[in-house]
Design a binder for this molecule. Structure first.
Ligand SMILES: Nc1ncnc2c1ncn2[C@@H]1O[C@H](COP(=O)(O)OP(=O)(O)OP(=O)(O)O)[C@@H](O)[C@H]1O
Ligand SMILES: [Mg+2]
Length: 383
Protein backbone atom coordinates (compact mmCIF):
# COMPACT_ATOMS: atom_id res chain seq x y z
CA UNK A 1 0.00 0.00 0.00
CA UNK A 2 2.67 2.39 1.07
CA UNK A 3 4.88 1.67 -1.94
CA UNK A 4 1.82 2.23 -4.20
CA UNK A 5 1.41 5.71 -2.75
CA UNK A 6 5.05 6.39 -3.35
CA UNK A 7 4.74 5.39 -7.01
CA UNK A 8 1.68 7.59 -7.45
CA UNK A 9 3.54 10.46 -5.85
CA UNK A 10 6.42 10.05 -8.21
CA UNK A 11 4.10 10.09 -11.21
CA UNK A 12 2.31 13.24 -10.15
CA UNK A 13 5.32 15.38 -9.43
CA UNK A 14 7.63 15.44 -12.40
CA UNK A 15 11.16 16.38 -11.50
CA UNK A 16 11.48 18.81 -14.38
CA UNK A 17 8.86 20.86 -16.20
CA UNK A 18 9.55 21.10 -19.89
CA UNK A 19 10.30 24.60 -21.06
CA UNK A 20 7.57 25.93 -23.38
CA UNK A 21 8.41 26.70 -26.96
CA UNK A 22 6.14 28.83 -29.11
CA UNK A 23 4.38 26.28 -31.28
CA UNK A 24 1.32 28.21 -32.33
CA UNK A 25 0.76 27.40 -35.95
CA UNK A 26 0.49 30.45 -38.06
CA UNK A 27 -2.18 29.94 -40.64
CA UNK A 28 -0.10 29.32 -43.70
CA UNK A 29 -2.31 29.60 -46.72
CA UNK A 30 -0.06 30.95 -49.40
CA UNK A 31 0.91 27.63 -51.06
CA UNK A 32 -2.75 26.64 -51.17
CA UNK A 33 -3.77 29.99 -52.59
CA UNK A 34 -1.27 29.57 -55.38
CA UNK A 35 -2.42 26.06 -56.23
CA UNK A 36 -6.15 26.62 -56.21
CA UNK A 37 -8.79 29.19 -55.47
CA UNK A 38 -9.15 30.11 -51.81
CA UNK A 39 -12.30 28.50 -50.42
CA UNK A 40 -14.11 31.40 -48.76
CA UNK A 41 -17.12 30.93 -46.50
CA UNK A 42 -19.25 34.07 -46.28
CA UNK A 43 -20.83 34.04 -42.81
CA UNK A 44 -24.26 35.66 -42.75
CA UNK A 45 -27.46 35.70 -40.71
CA UNK A 46 -26.61 35.14 -37.08
CA UNK A 47 -28.19 35.35 -33.68
CA UNK A 48 -28.24 39.09 -33.08
CA UNK A 49 -30.80 41.84 -33.56
CA UNK A 50 -28.83 42.75 -36.69
CA UNK A 51 -29.34 39.47 -38.53
CA UNK A 52 -31.35 41.07 -41.35
CA UNK A 53 -28.62 43.66 -41.84
CA UNK A 54 -26.14 40.79 -41.93
CA UNK A 55 -28.16 39.04 -44.63
CA UNK A 56 -27.94 42.19 -46.77
CA UNK A 57 -24.19 42.47 -46.07
CA UNK A 58 -23.53 38.79 -46.71
CA UNK A 59 -25.48 38.80 -49.94
CA UNK A 60 -23.37 41.69 -51.22
CA UNK A 61 -20.11 39.94 -50.27
CA UNK A 62 -21.36 36.65 -51.75
CA UNK A 63 -22.24 38.31 -55.07
CA UNK A 64 -19.11 40.42 -55.41
CA UNK A 65 -16.31 38.05 -54.45
CA UNK A 66 -14.26 37.44 -57.56
CA UNK A 67 -14.95 33.81 -58.63
CA UNK A 68 -11.65 33.62 -60.51
CA UNK A 69 -9.87 33.98 -57.16
CA UNK A 70 -12.27 32.42 -54.68
CA UNK A 71 -14.50 29.42 -54.38
CA UNK A 72 -17.41 30.90 -52.45
CA UNK A 73 -19.86 29.27 -50.06
CA UNK A 74 -22.57 31.05 -48.09
CA UNK A 75 -22.49 29.89 -44.48
CA UNK A 76 -25.70 30.75 -42.65
CA UNK A 77 -25.56 30.99 -38.86
CA UNK A 78 -29.07 30.28 -37.63
CA UNK A 79 -30.62 31.62 -34.44
CA UNK A 80 -29.71 28.44 -32.60
CA UNK A 81 -26.03 28.85 -33.41
CA UNK A 82 -25.94 26.14 -36.07
CA UNK A 83 -24.04 26.54 -39.33
CA UNK A 84 -25.47 25.69 -42.75
CA UNK A 85 -24.10 25.71 -46.27
CA UNK A 86 -26.93 27.46 -48.09
CA UNK A 87 -27.48 27.53 -51.87
CA UNK A 88 -27.82 30.77 -53.81
CA UNK A 89 -31.61 30.44 -53.93
CA UNK A 90 -31.62 30.82 -50.13
CA UNK A 91 -29.05 33.62 -50.13
CA UNK A 92 -31.45 35.74 -52.17
CA UNK A 93 -34.38 35.31 -49.78
CA UNK A 94 -35.88 38.41 -48.26
CA UNK A 95 -35.42 37.66 -44.56
CA UNK A 96 -33.51 35.26 -42.34
CA UNK A 97 -36.88 33.81 -41.28
CA UNK A 98 -37.56 32.88 -44.92
CA UNK A 99 -34.22 31.08 -44.98
CA UNK A 100 -34.70 29.43 -41.61
CA UNK A 101 -37.90 27.56 -42.59
CA UNK A 102 -36.19 26.08 -45.65
CA UNK A 103 -32.94 24.99 -44.01
CA UNK A 104 -33.85 21.38 -43.27
CA UNK A 105 -34.83 20.58 -46.85
CA UNK A 106 -32.62 22.85 -48.90
CA UNK A 107 -29.43 23.49 -46.94
CA UNK A 108 -26.64 21.32 -45.65
CA UNK A 109 -25.77 21.41 -41.97
CA UNK A 110 -22.07 21.84 -41.14
CA UNK A 111 -21.00 20.76 -37.64
CA UNK A 112 -18.42 23.17 -36.20
CA UNK A 113 -15.64 20.62 -36.26
CA UNK A 114 -16.24 19.93 -39.98
CA UNK A 115 -15.92 23.58 -40.99
CA UNK A 116 -12.19 23.32 -41.65
CA UNK A 117 -12.87 20.69 -44.34
CA UNK A 118 -15.27 23.04 -46.09
CA UNK A 119 -13.49 26.41 -46.14
CA UNK A 120 -9.99 27.90 -45.92
CA UNK A 121 -11.13 31.35 -44.89
CA UNK A 122 -14.15 33.00 -43.26
CA UNK A 123 -15.47 36.31 -44.54
CA UNK A 124 -17.54 37.46 -41.57
CA UNK A 125 -20.58 39.43 -42.68
CA UNK A 126 -22.25 38.91 -39.31
CA UNK A 127 -23.02 41.90 -37.11
CA UNK A 128 -23.72 42.37 -33.42
CA UNK A 129 -23.67 39.84 -30.63
CA UNK A 130 -22.27 36.43 -31.65
CA UNK A 131 -21.18 38.13 -34.87
CA UNK A 132 -18.52 40.78 -34.36
CA UNK A 133 -18.20 40.56 -30.58
CA UNK A 134 -15.37 38.01 -30.37
CA UNK A 135 -17.48 34.88 -30.02
CA UNK A 136 -17.45 33.63 -33.62
CA UNK A 137 -13.84 34.85 -33.82
CA UNK A 138 -13.02 32.57 -30.85
CA UNK A 139 -14.62 29.60 -32.58
CA UNK A 140 -12.66 30.27 -35.78
CA UNK A 141 -9.43 30.58 -33.78
CA UNK A 142 -10.03 27.15 -32.23
CA UNK A 143 -10.65 25.72 -35.68
CA UNK A 144 -7.55 27.50 -37.09
CA UNK A 145 -9.57 29.20 -39.82
CA UNK A 146 -8.41 32.74 -40.67
CA UNK A 147 -11.16 35.33 -40.85
CA UNK A 148 -11.91 38.95 -41.71
CA UNK A 149 -12.07 41.70 -39.10
CA UNK A 150 -10.34 42.02 -35.77
CA UNK A 151 -9.43 39.37 -33.22
CA UNK A 152 -11.26 38.21 -30.11
CA UNK A 153 -10.31 41.03 -27.74
CA UNK A 154 -10.75 43.98 -30.11
CA UNK A 155 -14.06 42.58 -31.33
CA UNK A 156 -15.35 42.15 -27.77
CA UNK A 157 -14.11 45.61 -26.79
CA UNK A 158 -15.75 47.39 -29.69
CA UNK A 159 -19.04 45.64 -29.02
CA UNK A 160 -18.96 46.91 -25.44
CA UNK A 161 -19.15 50.69 -25.80
CA UNK A 162 -18.41 51.64 -22.14
CA UNK A 163 -15.30 49.41 -22.10
CA UNK A 164 -14.08 50.80 -25.42
CA UNK A 165 -14.65 54.38 -24.23
CA UNK A 166 -12.77 53.72 -20.99
CA UNK A 167 -9.73 52.58 -22.92
CA UNK A 168 -9.96 55.46 -25.40
CA UNK A 169 -10.23 58.03 -22.61
CA UNK A 170 -7.27 56.73 -20.70
CA UNK A 171 -5.27 56.88 -23.94
CA UNK A 172 -6.12 60.46 -24.86
CA UNK A 173 -8.99 60.02 -27.33
CA UNK A 174 -12.05 62.08 -26.42
CA UNK A 175 -15.50 60.52 -26.02
CA UNK A 176 -18.81 61.93 -24.78
CA UNK A 177 -19.51 62.48 -21.07
CA UNK A 178 -21.14 59.25 -19.94
CA UNK A 179 -22.25 56.97 -17.13
CA UNK A 180 -23.28 53.32 -17.07
CA UNK A 181 -26.50 52.16 -15.41
CA UNK A 182 -27.01 48.49 -14.59
CA UNK A 183 -30.44 46.88 -14.67
CA UNK A 184 -30.15 45.87 -11.01
CA UNK A 185 -29.42 49.48 -9.99
CA UNK A 186 -32.51 50.68 -11.81
CA UNK A 187 -34.62 47.88 -10.29
CA UNK A 188 -33.38 48.80 -6.80
CA UNK A 189 -33.68 52.60 -6.79
CA UNK A 190 -35.16 54.46 -9.74
CA UNK A 191 -35.06 57.84 -7.98
CA UNK A 192 -31.33 57.52 -7.32
CA UNK A 193 -30.63 56.52 -10.94
CA UNK A 194 -32.65 59.47 -12.30
CA UNK A 195 -30.75 61.82 -10.01
CA UNK A 196 -27.43 60.38 -11.05
CA UNK A 197 -28.27 60.89 -14.74
CA UNK A 198 -29.45 64.45 -14.12
CA UNK A 199 -26.37 65.39 -12.12
CA UNK A 200 -23.69 63.61 -14.10
CA UNK A 201 -25.03 63.99 -17.65
CA UNK A 202 -28.06 66.31 -17.75
CA UNK A 203 -30.67 66.51 -20.48
CA UNK A 204 -30.92 65.97 -23.35
CA UNK A 205 -29.05 62.68 -23.23
CA UNK A 206 -28.82 59.51 -25.28
CA UNK A 207 -29.54 56.14 -23.66
CA UNK A 208 -28.46 52.94 -25.38
CA UNK A 209 -27.68 49.31 -24.57
CA UNK A 210 -23.98 48.87 -23.74
CA UNK A 211 -23.66 46.26 -26.49
CA UNK A 212 -25.78 46.60 -29.62
CA UNK A 213 -25.58 48.00 -33.11
CA UNK A 214 -27.71 49.50 -35.90
CA UNK A 215 -29.23 51.94 -33.36
CA UNK A 216 -31.18 49.09 -31.74
CA UNK A 217 -32.44 50.14 -28.29
CA UNK A 218 -31.20 53.76 -28.67
CA UNK A 219 -33.35 56.66 -27.33
CA UNK A 220 -32.88 60.39 -27.14
CA UNK A 221 -34.17 61.64 -23.77
CA UNK A 222 -35.33 65.24 -23.43
CA UNK A 223 -37.28 65.22 -20.20
CA UNK A 224 -37.18 63.34 -16.93
CA UNK A 225 -40.25 61.22 -17.71
CA UNK A 226 -38.50 59.72 -20.70
CA UNK A 227 -35.59 58.31 -18.67
CA UNK A 228 -37.57 55.29 -17.41
CA UNK A 229 -38.89 54.11 -20.80
CA UNK A 230 -35.48 54.71 -22.41
CA UNK A 231 -33.68 52.61 -19.78
CA UNK A 232 -36.31 49.87 -19.99
CA UNK A 233 -35.84 49.80 -23.76
CA UNK A 234 -32.05 49.55 -23.41
CA UNK A 235 -32.42 46.73 -20.83
CA UNK A 236 -34.41 44.68 -23.35
CA UNK A 237 -31.12 44.28 -25.18
CA UNK A 238 -28.48 44.25 -22.46
CA UNK A 239 -28.07 44.21 -18.70
CA UNK A 240 -26.40 47.60 -18.69
CA UNK A 241 -27.14 50.87 -20.44
CA UNK A 242 -24.86 53.68 -21.49
CA UNK A 243 -26.11 57.19 -20.80
CA UNK A 244 -24.27 59.84 -22.85
CA UNK A 245 -24.64 63.57 -23.22
CA UNK A 246 -26.37 64.34 -26.53
CA UNK A 247 -23.57 65.63 -28.70
CA UNK A 248 -24.35 68.60 -30.92
CA UNK A 249 -22.27 68.36 -34.05
CA UNK A 250 -21.61 66.74 -37.37
CA UNK A 251 -21.86 62.94 -37.25
CA UNK A 252 -19.25 61.04 -39.25
CA UNK A 253 -18.29 57.47 -40.08
CA UNK A 254 -14.82 56.53 -41.26
CA UNK A 255 -13.63 53.16 -42.53
CA UNK A 256 -10.00 52.25 -41.92
CA UNK A 257 -8.10 49.47 -43.67
CA UNK A 258 -4.86 48.01 -42.41
CA UNK A 259 -2.85 46.04 -39.90
CA UNK A 260 0.28 48.03 -39.06
CA UNK A 261 0.14 50.49 -41.95
CA UNK A 262 -3.29 52.14 -41.89
CA UNK A 263 -5.30 53.61 -44.77
CA UNK A 264 -8.19 55.78 -43.63
CA UNK A 265 -10.96 56.23 -46.17
CA UNK A 266 -12.64 59.61 -46.76
CA UNK A 267 -15.03 60.15 -43.79
CA UNK A 268 -18.74 60.26 -44.55
CA UNK A 269 -21.03 62.84 -43.02
CA UNK A 270 -24.47 61.54 -42.10
CA UNK A 271 -27.52 63.74 -42.00
CA UNK A 272 -30.47 62.34 -40.07
CA UNK A 273 -34.07 63.28 -40.79
CA UNK A 274 -34.81 62.85 -37.04
CA UNK A 275 -32.92 63.72 -33.91
CA UNK A 276 -30.57 60.81 -34.40
CA UNK A 277 -29.93 58.08 -36.95
CA UNK A 278 -32.52 55.39 -36.29
CA UNK A 279 -32.48 51.81 -37.61
CA UNK A 280 -34.81 52.88 -40.44
CA UNK A 281 -32.72 55.94 -41.21
CA UNK A 282 -29.75 53.64 -41.62
CA UNK A 283 -31.39 51.06 -43.89
CA UNK A 284 -34.50 52.51 -45.56
CA UNK A 285 -33.82 54.33 -48.83
CA UNK A 286 -34.26 58.09 -48.56
CA UNK A 287 -34.37 58.23 -44.78
CA UNK A 288 -30.96 59.80 -44.25
CA UNK A 289 -28.23 61.29 -46.33
CA UNK A 290 -24.65 60.13 -46.60
CA UNK A 291 -22.23 62.72 -47.90
CA UNK A 292 -18.71 61.58 -48.76
CA UNK A 293 -16.34 63.19 -48.05
CA UNK A 294 -17.87 65.17 -45.17
CA UNK A 295 -18.40 68.85 -46.05
CA UNK A 296 -15.49 70.22 -44.01
CA UNK A 297 -12.11 71.65 -44.99
CA UNK A 298 -9.39 69.14 -45.99
CA UNK A 299 -7.43 69.76 -42.76
CA UNK A 300 -10.53 68.91 -40.71
CA UNK A 301 -11.03 65.71 -42.71
CA UNK A 302 -7.42 64.85 -41.94
CA UNK A 303 -7.97 65.58 -38.24
CA UNK A 304 -10.99 63.24 -38.17
CA UNK A 305 -8.92 60.54 -39.89
CA UNK A 306 -6.11 60.97 -37.38
CA UNK A 307 -8.42 60.61 -34.34
CA UNK A 308 -10.07 57.62 -35.99
CA UNK A 309 -6.70 55.95 -36.60
CA UNK A 310 -5.68 56.61 -32.99
CA UNK A 311 -8.85 54.89 -31.79
CA UNK A 312 -8.24 51.99 -34.21
CA UNK A 313 -4.77 51.41 -32.83
CA UNK A 314 -5.66 51.87 -29.15
CA UNK A 315 -8.47 49.32 -29.38
CA UNK A 316 -6.23 46.88 -31.25
CA UNK A 317 -8.23 46.66 -34.46
CA UNK A 318 -6.68 44.97 -37.48
CA UNK A 319 -7.78 44.28 -41.06
CA UNK A 320 -10.56 46.86 -41.27
CA UNK A 321 -13.01 48.70 -39.05
CA UNK A 322 -15.42 51.61 -39.00
CA UNK A 323 -15.13 54.31 -36.40
CA UNK A 324 -18.04 56.70 -35.85
CA UNK A 325 -18.06 59.98 -33.99
CA UNK A 326 -18.93 63.65 -34.00
CA UNK A 327 -17.12 66.81 -35.01
CA UNK A 328 -17.96 69.67 -32.64
CA UNK A 329 -18.29 73.28 -33.76
CA UNK A 330 -14.89 74.20 -32.36
CA UNK A 331 -13.22 71.41 -34.35
CA UNK A 332 -12.90 68.85 -31.53
CA UNK A 333 -13.55 65.22 -32.47
CA UNK A 334 -15.45 62.85 -30.14
CA UNK A 335 -15.40 59.13 -30.87
CA UNK A 336 -18.71 57.43 -30.01
CA UNK A 337 -18.82 54.10 -31.76
CA UNK A 338 -15.86 51.98 -32.85
CA UNK A 339 -16.97 48.98 -34.94
CA UNK A 340 -14.91 45.97 -36.00
CA UNK A 341 -17.23 45.35 -38.91
CA UNK A 342 -19.40 47.56 -41.00
CA UNK A 343 -22.63 47.14 -42.88
CA UNK A 344 -21.97 45.88 -46.39
CA UNK A 345 -25.33 46.37 -48.09
CA UNK A 346 -24.84 48.08 -51.47
CA UNK A 347 -25.32 51.62 -50.20
CA UNK A 348 -23.23 51.25 -47.04
CA UNK A 349 -20.50 53.62 -45.88
CA UNK A 350 -17.91 51.13 -47.08
CA UNK A 351 -18.90 51.47 -50.74
CA UNK A 352 -19.49 55.22 -50.60
CA UNK A 353 -15.97 55.65 -49.26
CA UNK A 354 -14.44 53.02 -51.55
CA UNK A 355 -16.02 54.72 -54.57
CA UNK A 356 -14.38 58.01 -53.57
CA UNK A 357 -10.97 56.39 -53.88
CA UNK A 358 -11.90 54.48 -57.01
CA UNK A 359 -12.40 51.00 -55.58
CA UNK A 360 -15.25 48.68 -56.56
CA UNK A 361 -16.94 46.35 -54.08
CA UNK A 362 -14.93 43.38 -55.43
CA UNK A 363 -11.68 45.29 -55.08
CA UNK A 364 -12.36 46.31 -51.50
CA UNK A 365 -13.28 42.73 -50.58
CA UNK A 366 -10.01 41.56 -52.19
CA UNK A 367 -8.07 44.07 -50.11
CA UNK A 368 -9.85 43.01 -46.90
CA UNK A 369 -9.05 39.35 -47.60
CA UNK A 370 -5.37 40.12 -48.39
CA UNK A 371 -4.98 42.11 -45.18
CA UNK A 372 -6.75 39.45 -43.13
CA UNK A 373 -4.45 36.73 -44.49
CA UNK A 374 -1.45 38.91 -43.68
CA UNK A 375 -2.65 39.41 -40.08
CA UNK A 376 -3.37 35.72 -39.55
CA UNK A 377 -0.06 34.67 -41.01
CA UNK A 378 1.82 37.01 -38.67
CA UNK A 379 -0.01 36.15 -35.46
CA UNK A 380 1.26 34.09 -32.57
CA UNK A 381 -1.75 32.72 -30.74
CA UNK A 382 -5.23 34.12 -31.33
CA UNK A 383 -5.34 37.35 -33.36
N1 LIG B 1 -24.02 60.80 -27.61
C1 LIG B 1 -24.75 60.96 -28.71
N2 LIG B 1 -25.15 62.20 -29.10
C2 LIG B 1 -25.90 62.40 -30.20
N3 LIG B 1 -26.35 61.39 -30.97
C3 LIG B 1 -25.99 60.14 -30.64
C4 LIG B 1 -25.17 59.85 -29.51
N4 LIG B 1 -24.98 58.54 -29.42
C5 LIG B 1 -25.65 58.00 -30.47
N5 LIG B 1 -26.25 58.95 -31.19
C6 LIG B 1 -27.09 58.72 -32.40
O1 LIG B 1 -27.62 57.41 -32.34
C7 LIG B 1 -27.13 56.59 -33.42
C8 LIG B 1 -26.82 55.19 -32.91
O2 LIG B 1 -25.90 55.23 -31.87
P1 LIG B 1 -24.50 54.46 -31.88
O3 LIG B 1 -23.70 54.87 -33.04
O4 LIG B 1 -23.88 54.67 -30.57
O5 LIG B 1 -24.98 52.99 -32.01
P2 LIG B 1 -24.84 51.68 -32.89
O6 LIG B 1 -26.14 51.03 -32.65
O7 LIG B 1 -23.63 50.97 -32.49
O8 LIG B 1 -24.72 52.12 -34.43
P3 LIG B 1 -24.00 51.38 -35.69
O9 LIG B 1 -24.92 50.39 -36.26
O10 LIG B 1 -23.83 52.53 -36.65
O11 LIG B 1 -22.74 50.79 -35.27
C9 LIG B 1 -25.94 57.34 -33.96
O12 LIG B 1 -25.78 57.07 -35.33
C10 LIG B 1 -26.28 58.80 -33.68
O13 LIG B 1 -27.10 59.35 -34.70
MG1 LIG C 1 -21.94 50.33 -33.59
Amino acid sequence: MQSGIKILHRCLIPTKIAKPTPNYQTQTLLPMVELSRLRVGVFLGGMSSEREVSLASGRQVYSHLDRSKYEVKAIFLDQEGRLWDIPQKLVVQNTTADIFVRLDKEARRIPYEALKEEIDFAFIALHGKYGDDGTIQGLLELLAIPYTGSGVLASALCMDKPMAHLLLNTSGVATAREIVVHDYQWAKDQVAVRERIQNAIGLPCVIKPSREGSSVGVSVVKNLDEIGPALEEAFRWDTSALVEEKIPGLEFSCIVLGNQELTPMPPTETVATHEYLTYDDKYMPGRSQKITPARVPPETLRHIQEEVMKAYRILGLVNYGRIDGFLLDGGKVLITDPNTSSGMAPSSFMFHQAAEIGLTASQIFDRIIELALEAHQAKRGPL
